[in-house]
Structure formats: structure tokens, C-alpha cells
Design a protein around this ligand. Structure first.
Ligand SMILES: [Zn+2]
Length: 500
């Protein structure tokens, strides 16, 4: 099911009009939404925000959102963006912030006690962005621009956020260009706009809302890295995923990775995106596939005909697609994919079997990010179903990614982008290893058949899902047999290798 967006509000706080800087934060790796991303302080609307008075704001929705933005900003940074708040002793503000964390007071009560009122006129509406549909958690976020009016200094407490700093917008943009940090599309657009306009404050707001994406429009054209776009399309994929991420990479010449949707309506959205690129003077060079599964190739024939371009895939994927999709070129392991006009955009194809035999990942060598297909995904779990799936190869492929010289972020075929590649892959390995340990322990305890092993090793999984777990168990058993830790004594019976 596609998640319904929740209301949220965020603040773009600027200071020093002569040499403008914006305050931004890094989100904790432990958060469910955009872990490890750089963003602006803010958060979800709370019911009490509906009752917080805001002056100089005629629209009701705007008043609620501004109340939420100011409250969240105070909770996250300790800065209270209300006229007169700077006169409160810093200890007093600190005590209030603590009390809010402990929920021993409310924000509304704080404002009443200190006779402070939020002034809507000081918080300029600067965009509204909705998380695209492929994310498991989605927000409809209202952004407000304001300048620091007193000498309060933000302070981040380790928790949901791990870092906070004042940064010149141009420096923030350079850090994104180098591939060093992750920003979601709204943050990137805001940073780019601030970099171009912050010396003329009057031009800021119109520039911030000049594109439809910034005013509640479709934001699926997401440029996560220079020359690297993500466009999720709806596909008949496995729940909880609803979409497959299609990637468009390059400059003047574009490659389309996994044009996945068989649905006409979704193909049309991709057409619109690509037509936009073509209007910018670009052209489509080739279609590339991560692997042969139907939720990755549904739109390939349509698109290759539309642009008269070839389709490239691993030889083993091409074999599986015979009769359905014509693969015109094989991609070999370690092949380098380059672009004449963008010498620093270099994708290394990595043959990464495990989920399927002919699975490819694409490693961008300059900035260290990887298009991971179904090897690592941002939502749900990866199915390893023998004989196409192979658990030992799957582990090897995960370890191959971990060993890459530079490893930053991951872009799976489903779900959101993954900011911390290493953490996610280590999590995957730990999770699979724990499952394998349970399977081994079950056999050690006397289980010999799949009917005995599956319930013993999957006590944490609903019996309804045991048929799927059974396929995984077979994959783990194959690996354990290959490693000579388990012995297969008949079609369906397994014992420890050192038992007789
Ligand atoms: Zn797949």
C-alpha cells in the first residue's frame, strides 16, 4: 500500500545578510525516515499546534504549520523564533526545552507563561513538498524562511539529529556535488536556490517556489547526485514495495536503468520526464537492466521502440529474457560505463549474483555510490529463491560491495535511497547470518526435514509467510552444505556434517 503523507513543517533559518549562512542538520542513522541525510530542522504536526495562537496569519492551515515549525525548531535546536524570546535567559530556554522533551509542559503553556506570540509575518512560506510514493514513510512538508533576529545560538542534542551547523549555501552545494553528503530533493532545491539568491533576500521566496515541485507538485524527478536521477514507477512488485526505481543517468547522453513498469499510465510519466530531458538537448543512448525479473523489465520493449535504442544486460539475464525482451548487448563484469561530457561520472558494472544469476550493480567510482538493483533495497526484504537465487553468492556479492574502495550511498530498486551504504550492508549480512545460525541450531537440536527446520528457525515470522521462508531455508541449506557444515542425507533430510 502507498503510504499517506503526514503533515510536517520545517524552518530555513538564515543569518548574517552580508554573508548569509543557513542552519542545517544531519539526521541520525537510526531514524526510519531519511537516516543520515542533511536536512532543515522540523517535524510532524502535533495536535496542540492547532491551538497555538499565531498573529499576522490569516490562513488557518498556515497558522498551524507555522506553530508546528516554530515548536519543532525550538525542540530540535533550542532557538525560539519569536520576538522577545532572545531576552529570556538562556538557562530558562534550556529548562523549557528540557521540559518539552520530558512532556512536563506544553509549547502553548510556555508561550502563555512568557507572554510570547508567534508572528506569522516573520515566517515566509517557502514551499511545500510531498515525499514521493515509493517511500514507506511520507510527509507533506511546509517550509518557512526566516532570519535570525537576535543572538540565540542553535545547539543540537545527540538523538534524532547528530550534527548541526551554519553553512554558506554555496559550500553546502559543493559538498553535495562532491558526493560527500546526502540531501533529499527539497533540501537540494533549497540549497541551490539559496546559493543563487541569498545576497538578494527579496528574490529568495519567489525563487524557492518557482518550480511546481516546490508547491505540492510531482517531485519524482529526483537528482540525488550530479547526473543521477531517480524516477520511481508503479509496478507489480512484491509488497510492501509498490514501485520500482528507474534511474536516468548521464549528461547529453542518457542511460535508463530498469524502465520497469508494464502500466501504460506509468510509462507515460516516464515519457514526460524523458521528453523534458530531450527538450534540454539530451538524448537517450541505451537501456540497461539490473536483472531479468518482471518488475524490472515491464517497460523495456516500449521504451526501446520509442527511442530506437538497444538494451544491455548481463548474458545470464539475457538468457532468461529470451522471447520476451531483446537484449542487444551483454554487459561484462567490471565493464566501465562512461559519458563524454561528464568525465567524473563513471559507472563500473559489477556482476553480483545471489538474487538472480545475471544480476548487475553499477558502482559510480568518483562519488562512491551504487545502484544496487535487488541486491540491497530500501524497503522490504530481498528474496533468495533457488535455483535462480543462491545464498552463498548473495553473501559474496554483499561482501564485494563492502570491499569497494569508496562506498557512500546505495540506490536500491525499491524504496528510498540509503545514505549510509556500509551500515546497511553490514545490517543485511548480520540479519542473514543470524537466520543461518538459527537454521544451524535447529538442525543441531535434531530437526532434519524442512517441515521441522522452518518453524524452528522462523519463530519470529507468521506461519502464513512460512512458504516463503521455506525457499530461503533451502537457500541457506545449500550454502551450509557447500561449506560442509551440514550434510544432506536424502532428498529432504539434513544433519550436521560432523554427525553420522
Ligand atoms: Zn528481482
Amino acid at each position: 500500500m502507498i503510504a499517506i503523507p503526514k503533515n510536517a513543517a520545517a524552518i530555513l533559518l538564515l543569518k548574517d545578510p552580508q554573508d548569509p549562512k543557513v542552519f542545517w542538520v544531519k539526521r541520525s542513522e537510526k531514524l526510519m525516515f531519511m537516516p543520515g541525510f542533511h536536512a532543515f530542522p522540523g517535524g510532524q504536526v502535533d495536535p496542540e499546534d492547532l491551538h497555538t495562537p499565531v498573529i499576522n496569519c490569516s490562513d488557518e492551515e498556515g497558522a498551524i504549520m507555522r506553530a508546528a515549525a516554530v515548536r519543532e525548531f525550538f525542540e530540535e535546536t533550542g532557538v525560539l523564533l519569536i520576538e522577545g524570546a532572545g531576552e529570556l535567559a538562556s538557562e530558562t530556554r534550556k529548562a523549557y526545552r528540557q521540559a518539552l522533551h520530558e512532556k512536563s509542559t506544553s509549547f502553548k503553556a510556555l508561550l502563555e507563561t512568557e507572554k510570547l506570540v508567534i508572528d506569522g509575518a516573520t515566517l515566509e512560506a517557502s514551499g511545500r513538498w510531498v515525499t514521493p510514493p515509493m517511500a514507506p514513510r511520507r510527509f507533506d512538508t511546509f517550509f518557512y524562511l526566516t532570519w535570525l533576529a537576535d543572538n540565540q545560538e542553535p545547539h543540537i542534542e545527540e538523538g534524532e539529529l547528530t550534527e548541526g551547523e551554519w553553512i554558506r549555501p554555496l559550500d553546502a552545494y559543493a559538498r553535495w556535488q562532491s558526493g560527500e553528503i546526502m540531501m533529499a530533493p527539497p533540501t537540494l532545491h533549497i540549497i541551490q536556490t539559496l546559493a543563487a539568491n541569498c545576497h538578494q533576500p527579496g528574490t529568495l521566496k519567489p525563487a524557492l517556489v518557482a518550480i511546481s515541485r516546490a508547491t505540492n507538485g510531482d517531485i519524482r524527478r529526483m537528482e540525488f547526485k550530479p547526473g543521477f536521477f531517480l524516477w520511481p514507477v508503479k509496478t507489480p512488485t512484491l509488497p510492501p514495495a509498490t514501485h520500482t526505481n528507474c534511474f536516468i543517468i548521464g549528461g547529453k547522453e542518457l542511460l535508463v536503468i530498469d524502465p520497469a513498469s508494464p502500466y501504460e499510465e506509468e510509462q507515460k510519466t516516464l515519457d514526460t520526464l524523458l521528453d523534458g530531458f530531450i527538450a534540454e538537448g539530451r538524448r537517450v543512448r541505451e537501456i540497461i537492466l539490473t536483472h531479468h525479473h518482471p518488475d524490472h523489465v515491464g517497460g523495456v520493449n516500449y521504451l526501446s521502440q520509442r527511442f530506437g535504442v538497444g538494451v544491455a544486460a548481463h548474458r545470464l539475464a539475457a538468457e532468461r529474457l529470451a522471447g520476451q525482451v531483446k537484449v542487444t548487448r551483454f554487459i561484462e563484469d567490471n565493464e566501465l560505463i562512461e559519458f563524454d561530457d561528464l568525465p567524473d561520472l563513471r559507472f563500473r558494472a559489477l556482476h553480483t549474483p545471489g538474487h538472480t544469476r545475471g544480476h548487475l550493480c553499477f558502482y559510480e567510482e568518483t562519488r562512491g555510490y551504487v545502484v544496487t538493483g535487488d541486491l540491497v533495497v530500501g524497503i522490504g526484504t530481498v528474496v533468495i529463491d533457488p535455483p535462480e537465487g543462491n545464498m552463498k553468492q548473495y553473501f559474496n556479492s554483499l561482501h564485494r560491495l563492502l570491499a569497494l574502495p569508496k562506498l557512500t550511498s546505495l540506490y536500491g530498486a525499491h524504496g528510498p535511497a540509503i545514505a549510509n551504504a556500509r551500515l546497511k550492508i553490514e545490517e543485511y549480512i548480520a540479519h542473514r547470518t543470524a537466520r543461518e545460525d538459527k537454521i544451524f541450531a535447529a538442525i543441531e537440536a535434531g530437526a532434519t526435514t524442512l517441515d521441522e527446520i522452518v518453524p524452528a528457525a522462523y519463530t519470529d515470522v507468521k506461519p502464513g509467510l512460512h512458504p516463503l521462508a521455506r525457499r530461503s531455508t533451502i537457500a541457506h541449506l545449500e550454502k551450509l552444505v557447500e561449506e560442509e557444515r551440514v550434510k544432506q542425507i536424502s532428498d529432504e533430510r539434513f544433519i550436521l556434517a560432523n554427525d553420522r
